[in-house]
Design a binder for this molecule. Sequence first.
Ligand code: WTA
Length: 655
Amino acid sequence: MSDSEPELEARLVAEESFDPPASFTEQANVADPALYDGFDAEWPECWEQAADLLDWEASYDTVLDDSQPPFFEWFTGGSLNASTNCLDRHLDDRGEEAAIEWVGEPTDEANETYTYAELHREVNEFAAALRGLGVEEDDVVTMYMPMLPELPVAMLACARIGAPHSVVFAGFSADALATRMEAADSEYLVTCDGYYRRGDALDHFEKAADGLDAVAHDVTTVVVDRLGADDHGHDLSDDHHDYDTLVADHAGATVDPVARDAEDMLFLMYTSGTTGQPKGVKHTTGGYLSWVSWTSQAVLDVKPEDTYFCSADIGWITGHSYIVYGPLALGTTTMLYEGAPDYPARDRLWEIVERYDATQLYTAPTAIRAFMKWGTEHVDAHDLSSLRLLGTVGEPINPRAWNWYYEHVGDGECPVVDTWWQTETGGMMVTTLPGVSRMKPGAAGRPLPGVDAQVVGPNGESVEPGQAGYLTVQKPWPGMLRTLYQNDERYVEEYWAEFSDTDSDDPDDWVYFPEDGAKVDEDGYITVLGRVDDVINVSGHRLGTMEIESAIVGCEGVAEAAVVGGDHEVKGEAVYAYVITEDGQPESDAFREEIVGAVEDAIGPIARPESVQFTPELPKTRSGKIMRRLLEDVANDDDLGDTSTLRNPEIVQEL
Ligand code: WTA
């Protein structure tokens, strides 16, 4: 564990707990508490239940191949296609039902409905177009797009032809795009001209162009016309195409779905870690799709006739798993909203829920805290009685926000699922089963049936209930990442080395470490305390402090920098930067602005420091490591505790 790990504070769990509403349990997809014991007894064969939710081209012969830990494989010998599972198989029953309801941000613009038949048609056409551009099986196609329907179309088109996608969040900077395209050797980019955010038309084209300038290899580009301003005076690349033209040129085309081995890569997703270099998390076709389908059904209670609304962005894992793949695999209607929740007014989300009769809402604690702050009148102004279930993800939810969500949005009639998981886990891992489990605000819940998550001490030993420790997963699961793209060594190092006997061939000696702190109560309910590595969680977005620091030290005039997460009322955490300037560099507001700008350029506005403090020194241990924990205490105005191990204790007082 790193030197910088924060002291794990005992988080508050509310005294009051709630039974699932009887009206919910009556109709729940999963209502039998015996599932927990049943899955334990049948492990790993229990996961055939997840695989059975899918249509397989060839059925698998082995549920779990654990012969080479930690390179676990699931459903080996089987083959399937993800786009067939999300589209073709629903055509008979659901062809004329909505697959996607897309809502753009401008209110004077028509919303768009894609039926399953329409989505199937456009995916086929775009798949044919991608083939025409030269995309072959296993080529990585990058998408740099906001919440437009063309994004899931492009993802499913890739899945159809067996080309893994790598979606880069549209809010990331040009530099971030370039780093990810280079790391994945990706020669194809699907992007757009722009999008709407809080009433402004944002230019995305030039950002993509800047990114491509920094990519050394040639790239074929496809641009979706969102703003209707298609004259940029230049093309994005030598091999530049317009999305609509491509699709029109392939009108009516059908593409036979490529049968992918269960273990073939479905997509890559880059995420932040301890070092500056983002990690390319690899997810597979069989295990991942089974996992997100099973959890969508069991935890989000998704049924085909639902209108399911997840307000995440598809550029993050939540959108991949629980806007696109899980819901569409189950044949339901999934909502896509382009814009901000407070545009044109602070009731926009509730207006959408009411208008579409949304049945589930899955969002982040940061959003709930913002809604709370904006006041209940915005919620109260709308009829939200269509909602049956509420969910949260991305960061710990404080009991006050939980209660507000339960009471004001759910009217005390919707179970709230607080779902702990990560990019790497593919889907949910620790949460309540909404038709079965008692809810304790502040605690995510027990591990899902068949998931062996445990809280342990520094040597891997169990901890007493109530004591803080480290969250671990002791057995593999189908949705797990398989490796980091082209970096098996780092995969072992980052996720397994801490608590495993890495010389062992025995799968039981391998323990997955998600880098979160946690505690568990007498009932086995896990409360996640937050990251114990150098990753901070700003509004549910995962950012590496090293990435931010390297952007800051890249500024001329900066000698050294340290970045930590400080508490923030709405964002959960905010970025606090401590900067040592070089001799002669004025510590001015203008220089502060420059530093903030450098972070925005390197990563994106989400990483914008809340505060930049100049300091002559940083608190360091005698071995020269920066004590981030102390900086966090400074940021939070907390008691500083023991500073005696510092080489320079006086600096903390000064700060
Ligand atoms: C945090 C997002 C507490 C955690 C799906 C994890 C949570 C990181 C919760 C992963 C939750 C996510 N309670 N903490 N319900 N859900 N986290 O990869 O620190 O963007 O390690 O995946 O978010 O973030 P990621």
